[in-house]
Design a protein around this ligand. Structure first.
Ligand code: ADP
Length: 360
């Protein structure tokens, strides 16, 4: 290589380096201008870099570089999220430690050897969400009394010998639809309660007992379907949580397996230990689900076939209830399905919620 070429190469390198530096500067100044707090953390959880919004929120000063993030954010939920990272994509929501009327969302993302912490102000979103919850809970609650009165009268009228025959069909439809409305109102109220009571007392749940109870109820529901239902319990391990809500969630999955399987099918309910915790699953050889529906099934009122869901007494809220209940156990609903072949709905409960059975 000639001297001239070498000089040209060096100049090109310099230009490229200046370009990178220029871009880095631009990135930093845009991050600095962001309304959300952005903090770069070293792998020992110490502060490396932050923007203006982070400085204002955490009252940071230039000599705080190298100090531990937990010296500035002392909220237990944050520490728990940071250390376990069980819900990395959802982040953690919490009331601001400086102003309890403000709500924050922290999201941590691995960034090479470092971590990027972004803190969003979600106060407005939080209030809107709260208004939505209150509205749904209030409407459901208000509908309860008129519905109870209507159902009471309908029951009194049923079997009246002097009812004109041309009223009969209308009367049957009224009875069916009020019963349906009652199921929807009850499911909405259950959903509201689960959402509101995010942290309730944890009780020991004997899963063998609970699943046997769910299995007995399933057999009673099964009379018109005539499926073979199997209960397979491979561990005596139990859980810590709220039995009432867990019962609703797991029963929903079992009843769905019965409803969405043509008569004479096979259903297996199982409970087993895995390397990560304990797994509950319900497997059926029913109608199955086309792949494009799977991700949306836990949305409220999402039904693949509305007619079928109604005919079997569905409200379209069952899987939304399941998702919310499992969330309280840090468990996710997994759905595997092949259209025409069947489905498996399962959830792994992490060790933190498992109570290991004493050895026999
Ligand atoms: P629904 O009250 O309609 O049963 P869910 O929320 O429990 O409401 O379920 C939502 C939809 O998911 C159902 O309408 C049905 O289309 C589908 N689904 C749920 N479980 C199964 C299953 N085991 N097999 C096939 N489809 C199912």
């Amino acid at each position: 290589m000639t001297m001239e070429n070498e000089q040209q190469g060096m100049q090109q390198d310099q230009v490229a380096q200046q370009d990178v530096m220029g871009q880095l500067k631009k990135i930093r100044s845009s991050l600095r201008a962001l309304q959300d707090a952005v903090i770069l953390l070293n792998d020992d959880d110490s502060l490396e870099w932050w923007n203006q919004a982070a400085e204002d929120l955490l009252l940071l000063q230039s000599n705080d570089k190298g100090k531990c993030i937990f010296d500035f954010i002392t909220v237990p939920e944050f520490r728990q999220y940071y250390q376990s990272m069980t819900k990395p994509n959802d982040g953690v929501h919490m009331a601001s430690w400086r102003d309890p009327k403000r709500y924050l969302k922290c999201e941590l993302t691995p960034f090479g050897d470092e971590k990027l912490l972004i803190i969003y102000d979600v106060t407005r979103l939080h209030h809107l969400e709260q208004m939505r919850r209150d509205f749904v809970a209030n409407v459901s609650h208000e509908l309860r009394t008129p519905l109870t009165v209507m159902m009471g009268y309908l029951e009194n009228f049923s079997g009246q010998p002097d009812m004109p025959p041309h009223w009969q069909r209308g009367f049957e439809l009224m009875t069916q639809q009020t019963a349906r409305m009652n199921r929807i109102v009850n499911d909405l109220l259950l959903l509201s309660r689960i959402e509101i009571e995010e942290t309730h007392e944890l009780h020991y749940i004997d899963m063998t007992k609970l699943l046997t109870h769910i299995y007995d109820d399933a057999q009673a529901y099964n009379t018109e379907y005539n499926h073979s239902i199997h209960l397979q319990i491979d561990t005596y391990d139990g859980l810590y949580g709220s039995e009432m809500y867990l019962n609703s969630a797991l029963s929903n999955l079992v009843i769905n397996a019965i409803k969405y399987t043509p008569k004479g099918g096979n259903i297996t309910i199982s409970w087993a230990r895995t390397s990560d915790g304990c797994q509950f699953s319900v497997e059926d050889d029913g109608i199955g689900i086309e792949p494009q529906h799977i991700a949306r099934l836990t949305e409220r009122f999402y039904r693949i076939d509305k007619g079928r869901s109604r005919a079997t007494g569905g409200t379209g809220l069952g899987l939304a209830i399941v998702k919310h209940v499992l969330y309280q156990y840090d468990a996710n609903l997994q759905i595997e399905s092949t259209e025409g072949k069947g489905s498996t709905f399962s959830a792994v409960f992490p060790i933190s919620h498992v109570r290991t059975a004493a050895p026999l």
